[in-house]
Design a protein around this ligand. Structure first.
Ligand SMILES: *[C@@H]1O[C@H](CO)[C@@H](O)[C@H](O)[C@H]1NC(C)=O
Ligand SMILES: *[C@@H]1O[C@H](CO)[C@@H](O)[C@H](O)[C@H]1NC(C)=O
Ligand SMILES: *[C@@H]1O[C@H](CO)[C@@H](O)[C@H](O)[C@H]1NC(C)=O
Length: 631
């Protein structure tokens, strides 16, 4: 046991050594600008380093006034609840506290409970800024467990010399206004965001592992839609370490590493003798990389999220009834269910015992090393968006905000403008936007609220979004009659809205006059029905005109004509009747003559035919001939 323990210690020291070296050498501090807008003599930009916890307002900014508490200046004790809370209309409180005596997360949490909108932690010595991180284990404070998950307000570290200037101004009772600006934290060069997630397939490392698992579960759908829409290019990554040459043959390295100590991961239980070994984790990491490669090559990279999620559900390290399901067999089951080519993945994984490099893992180790813009990846999980290290919670909405900030404005996908990552600015006074007809023009987005006339399945609203939105297009008349005038009288409905007109216009119906919002009955009697002897009566939407007793009103011509039924017409009718009778008589007579002559002709024909076969009465041949010639 003694020797084993010494070895373990040695390995841990080596690993920690690598880790620390990475942090000091290559860790890039993500800084953002703090602008002081008043007092005049402090006006300017100052450096601030974003914490690794809390939720920075990626893509946005926050204005506030700096407050330095009179006591509890390190914020290691709780403040009175709501001490820093502002009433609506008041500038948010950005609370300045001193570094030291307790964890950064503890300070931030106390200030959050106190109602602060953001925290400025002032360094306690003059040095380069560092990135404030959450302690690895959750911390307990007054019987309460605080984890970085609980912190939702942004926290920024500022330099001691800058903090002292602010304190001095506050001592002189000056108003110190600051603007925290996160718009440039993530660059947004184009319409596609590239992001990398460095994780571990290990599912037994406590809070960190659970956080990654929850993130995959929650973010999967969004990630897939972004990828399908070609809005993003996602690449999964895994950290491995190599075993120092002198230790390659130790049991520790053999159980934690594959390919002869080239690729290692820490033991899940931190106990080399039981349960899973580090190399089990390396193997699953490698399978995930190979699966991603295959899916990406076949143009369906988003299915990777399904694999990772399904594996976490179906193949946990601690399965039901103590089953150990985190293994190759279970992984292959999942692959098959997702149509992943198992043989192809096996070929990519290669021989874990071979004393040679694995192309895929070698590339991962190279990618761990940072470049000018970002530092080495040494912390798990690490999210890199557009080649900048993301600082903030690994949580669906916070990450989405970070990704959304990576799009050039106006090119972001709709999920960035949806309610999912809202800023709740629409809650007070509807964000100053138009609202009506049970719909609102206020939309929460990660960039802040926007006033934009809404679209419902039936109707599109058009207008400026602030004061005015009008229903438009087909169906608009169903919404408050398209904002047009309408009136019902005596069972008849009059409306100034006409769907077939399209647009947003209103037009008073016939018989009415006005702009369509207001319509007045026209008194037609003033212009129509002016003939002599006419009597006019105006009605709602129309009029009635009565002419003299033997006359009829023709509205089209606005004139009266005589009614039919006079003696002249009667004479006409009689004439027509007589004429028709004469025609009918003549016609019938002509027909009778024709019929008679036809029969006579037939008779003579028959007689002529019969005459050829039998002698006939000689007395009538002339008659027959005459008939022939005649016809
Ligand atoms: C913390 O727990 C202890 C023991 O349960 C109790 O005596 C103490 O009052 C608690 N402190 C607070 C702040 O609740
Ligand atoms: C995934 O595919 C895209 C385009 O097909 C390519 O640019 C990218 O490098 C691939 N990523 C990996 C990790 O193979
Ligand atoms: C708004 O909602 C109420 C209650 O659901 C309904 O009675 C009313 O007709 C709606 N108004 C419009 C313009 O849709």
């Amino acid at each position: 046991m003694g020797r084993g323990f010494q070895m373990l210690l040695a390995l841990v020291i080596v690993m920690v050594g690598l880790f620390v070296e990475g942090v000091n050498g290559r860790f890039v501090v993500e800084d953002n600008t703090i602008k002081i807008t008043s007092p005049q003599d402090l006006k300017g930009s100052y450096k601030g380093a974003l914490a690794n916890f809390g939720v920075p307002q990626y893509g946005g900014s926050m204005s506030g006034q700096v407050v330095y508490p009179a006591s509890n200046q390190e914020a290691c004790n709780e403040f009175t609840a709501g001490q820093f809370k502002v009433t609506p209309g008041e500038m948010p409180n950005v609370v300045l506290v001193d570094r030291g005596s307790c964890y950064f997360t503890t300070k931030a949490y106390h200030l959050q409970l106190g109602g602060a909108s953001a925290v400025l932690v002032m360094d306690n010595k003059e040095e380069e800024l560092i990135t404030m991180d959450a302690p690895d284990a959750t911390i307990t404070d007054e019987n309460r467990t605080i984890s970085e998950e609980d912190i939702t307000i942004p926290t920024v570290l500022i330099r001691m010399q800058d903090g002292n200037k602010i304190k001095e101004a506050l001592r002189q009772k000056q108003l110190v206004s600051v603007v925290l600006d996160w718009t440039e934290s993530i660059t947004n060069p184009d319409q596609r965001v590239e992001y990398e997630l460095w994780t571990n397939s290990n599912d037994k490392c406590g809070d960190k592992c659970n956080m990654i698992k929850n993130f995959v579960t929650e973010f999967r759908g969004i990630a897939q839609n972004l990828e399908k829409g070609k809005y993003t290019q996602f690449t999964p990554h895994f950290i491995t370490w190599y075993c120092p040459l002198t230790y390659v043959d130790t049991h520790q390295c053999q159980s934690q590493c594959i390919n002869h100590g080239r690729y290692c991961a820490p033991d899940p239980e931190q106990d080399f003798t039981t349960g899973y070994d580090g190399k089990d984790v390396v193997m699953e990491n490698l399978r995930r990389l190979c699966i991603f490669k295959q899916l990406n090559d076949s143009g369906k990279p988003w299915k990777w999220w399904d694999y990772v999620y399904d594996f976490s559900v179906r193949c946990p390290m601690d399965g039901p009834n103590g089953q150990q399901l985190y293994n190759q067999a279970c992984s292959e089951e999942v692959m098959k269910s997702l149509d992943v080519d198992v043989a192809n993945v096996a070929a990519c994984v290669g021989d874990k015992d071979a004393d040679k490099d694995n192309d895929i893992l070698k590339r991962e180790q190279e990618a761990q090393v940072g470049n000018d813009e970002r530092g080495d990846v040494t912390i798990l999980p690490t999210l890199i968006i557009n080649n900048a290290q993301y600082r903030g919670k690994l949580e669906k909405n916070a990450v989405l905000k970070g990704i959304c900030a990576g799009f050039k404005e106006e090119t972001e996908p709709s999920v960035c403008l949806g309610g999912d990552i809202e800023t709740n600015e629409c809650q007070a006074n509807n964000g100053g936007c138009w609202e009506g007809y049970n719909v609102t023009a206020c939309r929460d987005t990660f960039r802040g609220r926007i006033c934009e006339c809404p679209t419902t399945p039936e109707v599109t609203y058009v207008g400026d979004g602030f004061k005015d939105c009008k229903p438009s297009g087909p169906g608009r008349c169903r919404v408050d009659n398209g904002g047009c005038w309408q009136e019902e009288r005596d069972g008849r409905r009059f409306t100034a809205c006409d769907d077939s007109l399209g647009g947003t216009g209103c037009k008073c119906p016939i018989g009415f006059d006005g702009d369509g919002k207001q319509c007045e009955d026209i008194d037609e009697c003033k212009t129509m029905c002016r003939c002599s002897g006419c009597k006019c009566k105006n009605t709602y939407g129309s009029f009635e005109c009565t002419c003299a007793s033997d006359q009829l009103y023709m509205q089209e011509h606005d004139t009266c004509i005589r009614k039919v039924g006079s003696s002249a017409t009667r004479t006409l009718w009689i004439t027509i009747t007589i004429l028709l009778s004469v025609f009918a008589f003549v016609g019938m007579a002509a027909y009778a003559v024709y019929k008679y002559r036809l029969r006579s002709y037939m008779d003579s024909e028959i007689r002529a035919i019969m005459a050829q076969y039998m002698p006939l009465d000689q007395g009538e041949p002339g008659h027959s001939n005459r008939m022939d010639s005649e016809l």
